[in-house]
Ligand binder design. Structure first.
Ligand SMILES: Nc1ncnc2c1ncn2[C@@H]1O[C@H](COP(=O)(O)OP(=O)(O)O)[C@@H](O)[C@H]1O
Ligand SMILES: [Mg+2]
Length: 637
């Protein structure tokens, strides 16, 4: 129920570099401006403390002895300069925070686009093995963690790092001994941070995973709401959620406990440092100790001590802030690693080079390419050896030669399948559930590739045909119907985007969907949502058949396309399809044998093997499995 656990890609050092690469790819100039602004802002706040020292030593301590106007002048000059520095700091910080919003949101946009583009290129097999909730959380939780890191942690870390460095230099400038005292405390703080932030980061990642589980579960329960009610599983699902939610709570609790106590602890250590510095500094001033900083000789003054105290306070706060970011960064990097893992998935390979083009017969009786929209379709086959191009008319001739196939290695589903379908023929597959009927159709459109054997399409090995061109030539009505959010008309037009309304309506009539559609509240303009939840299963199937029909393909595959439709409508649909498919190839899979009686050939499948083949009369005469199925002596499972 909980879905497949995502395997956790370890945080590699390369992840940060790569994320930075993604940011810089689009926002290099932005980033440079941001870093400059951060430097200005960090320097401004540090430099201001220097003026504090001057204010005390040059104005306040000498006091009125300087004379009133001199004091006034000094005061204005020092405070004025301080104000200017602070202003610069404020403007810089305002600017970079604004730019950061662009960088952050833009980078997220690029990541989402990147993930989705790759996702659309992935083979069907990827979705067989990855839980949808997990893929979804790449777009939600992981992206959000990255947002926090880029938008908050990153600028804060840069700014804090710069502040720490500049404060360190300033401290050395004033007094080596006081600096050493401060750094002993900083060492203690870092040790504490490492312990707590490490634990917090670990639980944060656990929390991320628990969150994905809770979300996946809720998603599944929403989709399966009816089944839940039918089996009266409301209490059980509440209980299941309660457990998952409890886990999320305890992971979150531990993550934040570790994270939340860190600040107060660091704060107290910082206070301790403050007091000690004040005492040591006070003694140094009283005994007139020499100033051992780079600022030169002289004794330590009260101004120096006060500046120092200010800096030490700022330093301990900065380190506290940085420590809070550690677990955020760890979480974001874990998220980024998962995002990149999706982006690095091997896309569906397409080594095909034969393409589908519009063509016409020329005077010499040869096919040549044409722009004419009404030309016939042809396979354009470039030959690497001599550089020539040949054209083959698209007819819909499909041949399987000794095809073996399994979804997972070592578990073969189809064994030695050989069959042919000439253009215009209707080929039917019958057989028990799980016999491999759908699998055969999955191979024709190359959802999966075959290890052994060959499938030829109009004489061309389908591995040589470009996948989009191959699929464009096939009309497929899948066993599971998927309708998209949009009007009925838009859903039908999905089959061929340049189809006119009239063409869509013709297709709907062929599929026998027209009459029910016109009875919908807004006819063809009725909005469908939630996979067409407002329609009956059979109506949804009819729309999906119309969608395939509008594409007007030379080969049509109907995989139990009429299983939820009443017999009378089914007969009408089959008739419509038979008309549409005149001169084309159709593969039908149907449970009701009556609808496939008129097939050119019927293949009876059993456990992935064709055990009987022939037309209806031949198979009946043979008195084998088909005969038993047809006469009802055997039920399809
Ligand atoms: N995506 C998949 N991954 C692994 N095994 C699959 C997958 N789809 C189908 N199978 C297996 O392949 C066999 C044939 O399935 P299928 O072709 O769908 O049967 P049906 O004749 O009912 O259409 C079944 O045993 C099924 O379990
Ligand atoms: Mg099937």
């Amino acid at each position: 129920m909980e879905g497949q656990r995502r395997e956790k890609p370890p945080i590699q050092p390369g992840t940060f570099k790569r994320l930075l690469g993604v940011i810089l790819a689009h926002y290099k100039v932005h980033m440079i401006v941001v870093v400059i602004c951060i430097i200005i802002s960090a320097l401004a706040s540090t430099v201001a403390t220097v003026f504090m020292q001057r204010l005390i030593d040059e104005v306040i301590t000498p006091g009125i002895s300087l004379g009133l106007s001199a004091v006034w002048q000094q005061l204005v000059s020092i405070l004025g300069t301080m104000a200017i520095f602070y202003c610069f700091g404020v403007i810089a910080s305002f600017t970079y925070n604004r730019i950061m919003a662009t960088i952050t949101q833009g980078t997220l946009k690029n990541l989402r686009n990147g993930m989705f583009n790759r996702m659309e290129a992935l083979p069907i097999g990827y979705f067989d093995t990855h839980a949808h909730g997990d893929i979804m959380s790449n777009y939600t939780n992981d992206t959000d963690a990255i947002r926090q890191m880029i938008g908050q942690s990153l600028p804060m870390l840069i700014q804090s790092g710069l502040s720490v460095i500049s404060m360190f230099i300033m401290m050395l400038y004033y007094s080596i001994w006081l600096t050493v005292t401060v750094w002993i405390f900083i060492g203690i703080m870092l040790t504490i941070t490492k312990k707590f932030a490490g634990a917090s980061a670990k639980y944060m990642m656990e929390q991320q995973k628990s969150l994905a589980r809770v979300e996946g579960f809720i998603e599944e329960m929403m989709e399966g709401q009816k089944v839940v009610k039918v089996f009266c599983h409301e209490e059980e699902s509440k209980e299941d959620l309660r457990k998952l939610n409890e886990q999320l709570f305890s992971d979150g609790e531990r993550a934040h406990q570790a994270g939340n106590v860190l600040m107060p602890i660091l704060h107290n250590v910082g206070n301790l440092m403050y007091v000690l510095l004040a005492i040591v500094g006070g003694i140094l001033v009283l005994i007139g100790a020499p100033n051992l900083g780079f600022s030169g000789g002289g004794t330590i003054t009260a101004g120096i001590i006060i500046s120092f105290l200010g800096m030490s306070r700022q330093l301990s706060q900065t380190i506290g802030q940085m420590s809070m970011q550690v677990s955020m960064v760890a979480m974001a990097l874990a998220g980024a690693a998962r995002v990149f893992a999706l982006m690095d998935e091997e896309p569906e390979a397409d080594e095909g080079y034969v393409t589908l083009v519009r063509a016409k017969w020329n005077d010499k009786g040869e096919l040549e390419e044409t722009d004419n929209q009404h030309g016939i379709w042809a396979w354009k086959h470039p030959h690497k050896a001599d550089g020539t191009i040949t054209y083959t008319e698209l007819k819909g001739d499909v041949v399987f030669e000794h095809v073996d196939f399994g979804y997972v290695p070592g578990k073969e589903v189809l064994h030695d399948i050989s069959l042919y379908a000439k253009p215009g023929q209707k080929i039917a597959f019958v057989g028990a559930t799980g016999a491999g009927k759908t699998t055969i159709t999955n191979l024709i459109n190359r959802f999966y590739d075959i290890p052994d054997g060959k499938i030829r399409y109009d004489g061309i090995n389908i591995t040589k045909i470009k996948k989009p061109d191959l699929r464009r030539s096939l009309g497929i009505v899948l066993q599971d119907v998927n309708l998209f959010t949009g009007t009925v008309m838009e859903n039908i037009r999905y089959g061929r985007l340049d189809a006119t309304d009239e063409e869509c309506i013709v297709a709907a009539k062929l599929a026998n969907a027209h009459s029910f559609i016109t009875r919908l509240p807004e006819g063809y303009n009725t909005m469908l949502t939630g996979n067409g939840a407002s329609l009956s299963q059979g109506q949804r199937q009819l729309i999906s058949i119309a969608r395939a029909a509008v594409a007007d393909p030379p080969v049509m595959i109907l995989d139990e396309a009429t299983s939820s439709i009443d017999t009378r409508t089914e007969a009408l649909v089959q008739e419509g399809m038979d008309n549409l498919m005149l001169g084309r190839t159709v593969f039908v899979i149907a449970h009701r044998l009556s609808t496939i009686r008129n097939s050119k050939a019927i293949m009876v499948l059993d456990h992935g093997r064709i055990i009987e083949r022939g037309d209806h009369e031949e198979l009946l005469a043979a008195k084998g499995t088909y005969y038993q199925l047809y006469t009802g002596a055997f039920e399809l499972e």
